[in-house]
Design a protein around this ligand. Structure first.
Ligand SMILES: Nc1nc2c(ncn2[C@@H]2O[C@H](COP(=O)(O)OP(=O)(O)O)[C@@H](O)[C@H]2O)c(=O)[nH]1
Ligand SMILES: [Mg+2]
Length: 302
């Protein structure tokens, strides 16, 4: 299955939720304020978020200053254009030009960090890159074991320490191993929960400092993994990480499990961060490089 088809089927639940939106366009009357009120309401229901739904409304109104939507189909096309534009907040591609380059995966427990690392390692390896995974989640032994299984599945290198050891130490060792082995991409898994939040943020900052110290020239992608099923709560989490971790992008997982795919627009509009990948299942091939145009096209495809 190609990426577009995967996206399309990953959005099955979200698309089911859009029936009412299609009905709204069928009943469209030019210049009806009620149409915009109903539209905003439906967008909020799809987890676009109140602030972003208002922004969509504003951008659609602005478009009508130039050209009035005469029919529902024109208003629908107008909405599609606005949504595509909203998602353009920076490059969706990973910048991994240095050797080695680094991907630091952050996010709260259970969102899909370790799984995403496995999927991503598989894709990068397919592109001919030499990949090394570092088990920076030393909080639970099971975390390193799970990452080890993914490393084996993807056929890539793997560095871990004992449970409870210092995450900074395993990151340091992993970087040394990567230098020695000629690794192209280092991917670092991290804990999503420590004894408290300040602790976690400090730990992440420390890992970032070690990367900068040991690999000052390296391209570093700090990706926050967000679970789409948690909706607006995920946005609050992301804001907390954004303050301390200098994120470069978002990976949105479990899109297959939610009708609230609209969260993508809230992320772009409120965090001004590009979604770089979406997860649409638990399998190794269920990670799609994000493309705003095909996302919106898939969402509105009948
Ligand atoms: N349906 C679905 N499940 C996912 C996806 N990504 C991760 N998961 C599942 O979410 C659970 C938690 O994933 P894990 O990688 O351990 O999360 P972590 O705690 O952030 O490392 C696991 O059962 C994964 O199989 C996805 O895109 N779709
Ligand atoms: Mg994990």
């Amino acid at each position: 299955m190609g990426f577009f088809d995967k996206m399309f089927s990953g959005l099955t639940k979200t698309r089911k939720n859009m029936v009412e939106l299609e009905e709204l366009f069928q009943d469209y009357q030019p210049d009806s304020e009620e149409f915009y009120e109903d539209l905003e309401e439906l967008l909020v229901l799809a987890d676009v978020g109140a602030a972003t739904a208002q922004q969509v409304d504003y951008l659609m109104h602005k478009a009508t200053w130039v050209e009035r939507y005469r029919k529902g189909s024109e208003a629908r096309d107008g909405l599609i254009r606005v949504l595509k534009k909203l998602l353009n907040v920076g490059s969706t591609e990973l910048k991994l030009d240095t050797k080695p380059s680094v991907i630091l995966m952050v996010g709260v427990n259970g969102v899909g960090k370790t799984t995403t690392i496995g999927k991503l390692a598989h894709q990068l390896k397919d592109q001919g890159k030499k990949v090394l995974l570092i088990a920076g989640d030393t909080f639970r032994a099971a975390a390193a074991e799970q990452l080890g299984i993914w490393a084996e599945r993807a056929g890539v290198d793997f560095v871990r320490h004992e449970e409870g050891s210092d995450p900074g130490a395993v990151v340091y060792d992993g970087i040394c191993a990567a230098k020695a082995r000629g690794t192209d991409v280092i991917i670092i898994d991290t804990a999503g929960r420590l004894h408290n939040k300040a602790n976690l943020m400090n730990e992440l900052a420390k890992i970032s400092r070690i990367i900068t110290r040991e690999l000052p020239e390296a391209d570093v992608e700090t990706l926050m993994v967000l679970d789409a099923t948690t909706g607006q709560n995920g946005l609050i989490q992301a804001k907390q990480f954004l303050e301390t971790s200098g994120l470069t992008g978002i990976v949105l997982t479990k899109l297959d499990g939610t009708a609230k795919g609209g969260i993508v627009f809230a992320i772009a509009n409120e965090l001004k961060l590009p979604v770089k990948y979406v997860g649409v299942g638990e399998g190794i091939d269920d990670l799609i490089p994000f493309d705003p145009d095909s996302f919106v096209t898939a969402m509105f495809k009948k």
